[in-house]
Design a protein around this ligand. Structure first.
Ligand SMILES: Nc1ncnc2c1ncn2[C@@H]1O[C@H](COP(=O)(O)OP(=O)(O)O)[C@@H](O)[C@H]1O
Ligand SMILES: CC(=O)N[C@@H](CCC(=O)OP(=O)(O)O)C(=O)O
Length: 321
């Protein structure tokens, strides 16, 4: 059939047919959220466990770019625990954790820095920059972004020395804000510069848990939201029974729950609590195994994972990312 003989398409066909309607509806539904979040900063922590699949990584990069093109300012903080452990294994070195924190010798720290800044961060920057000159990688060492003091783990109420593990005590957002203002997407590795010259001797740095780093950055930036992507659907009420995800917690409710939580979730929920008690409007644990899990809580009023809100926040759930 020649073009002149083609039947005249119906109105619906010309618009992509009835199958396209849900797409159009989704776009229209996103409109109020687009207006609401425009110009706001969102810190997204991409956990090492959610980062094991290439398809998920590519989808994550697209989501982050979508946020950027929708006028938000995404800041990515990445993990890499499993990737560090794999590299240590290859080198014949052991991985040991105390209270969810890696025991970090000087030798371990070299591997942590190499894997986080040299491998995981590079890969994410590369994926984001496949679509344009958007992403810039940094560690907490760059422009003194994060300064830390030595952190101890706790066992039976006693402090345990876990080596070169740091607790962020100061964030200098200058370079980060300049990148954001320039429309770039910062991709940050959780390594910090020591406050004390003695810890910094010989170029020493600290290994910071990536959830903790993301929370410190979200608070320092006055972010609208902190999203933590991990490998579970949210915070389960009766762990290890993965039956019921807690949809929403206030800061006070989370404070009461924290002493009963198991290790993987402790730095995440502590980070959420820190963020919402230091100016961030909402902090959410999201299932990073689900493609486009970043977009749903920001652009729809779908319940996703577990959201933590400051005490006294109204019930307007969709208003929180
Ligand atoms: N109450 C809970 N709800 C959900 N997951 C929990 C809970 N308590 C402990 N976990 C564990 O925390 C893990 C997530 O933390 P982690 O392994 O450090 O992930 P990531 O690499 O994303 O930081 C989950 O896979 C789960 O095994
Ligand atoms: C002190 C400490 O434990 N640091 C972490 C840093 C990476 C991290 O936090 O990665 P995930 O988010 O993937 O767990 C580590 O060495 O594994």
């Amino acid at each position: 059939m020649s073009a002149s003989e083609s039947p005249r398409p119906s109105g619906a066909d010309r618009c992509g047919g009835p199958a396209a309607l849900p797409k159009a509806r989704a776009l229209v539904e996103a409109l109020p959220w687009l207006a609401r979040h425009r110009g706001k900063t969102v810190v997204i922590k991409f956990g090492g466990n959610a980062m094991v699949d290439d398809g998920l990584k590519a989808a994550f990069a697209k989501d982050v770019l979508f946020l950027r093109h929708a006028g938000l300012h995404p800041v990515v903080v990445h993990g890499g625990g499993p990737q560090i452990s794999a590299q240590l294994r290859r080198l014949g070195l052991e991985s040991r954790f105390e209270g969810g924190l890696r025991v970090t010798t000087d030798e371990t720290m070299d591997v942590v820095r190499m894997v986080l800044a040299g491998q995981v961060q590079r890969e994410l920057v590369g994926l984001l920059n496949e679509h344009g000159p958007h992403a810039v990688g940094m560690t907490g060492e760059d422009a003194r972004l994060m300064t830390a003091v030595k952190r101890y783990a706790s066992a039976g109420g006693k402090p345990v020395d876990i080596g070169r593990v740091g607790e962020v005590v100061h964030v200098d957002t200058g370079a980060l804000r300049a990148l954001i203002a320039d429309g770039r997407i910062p991709v940050i590795s959780s390594i910090a510069r020591p406050l004390d010259d003695k810890d910094a001797a010989g170029g020493g740095v600290f290994n910071v848990n990536a959830d903790t780093a993301a929370a410190a950055l979200a608070a320092a930036l006055g972010a609208e939201a902190l999203l933590i992507l991990t490998d579970v659907a949210g915070l389960y009420a009766n762990w290890p029974h993965a039956d019921e995800v807690i949809p929403r917690l206030t800061a006070r409710e989370l404070t009461a729950l924290l002493p009963r939580l198991a290790s993987g979730m402790v730095p995440k929920m502590e980070g959420c609590l820190y963020a919402v008690t230091n100016g961030v409007r909402s902090a959410r644990i999201v299932d990073g195994r689900v493609k486009h899990s970043v977009l749903l809580p920001i652009f729809t009023d779908e319940d996703a994972g577990t959201v933590v809100v400051p005490d006294g926040a109204d019930g307007a759930e969709g208003a929180t990312a």
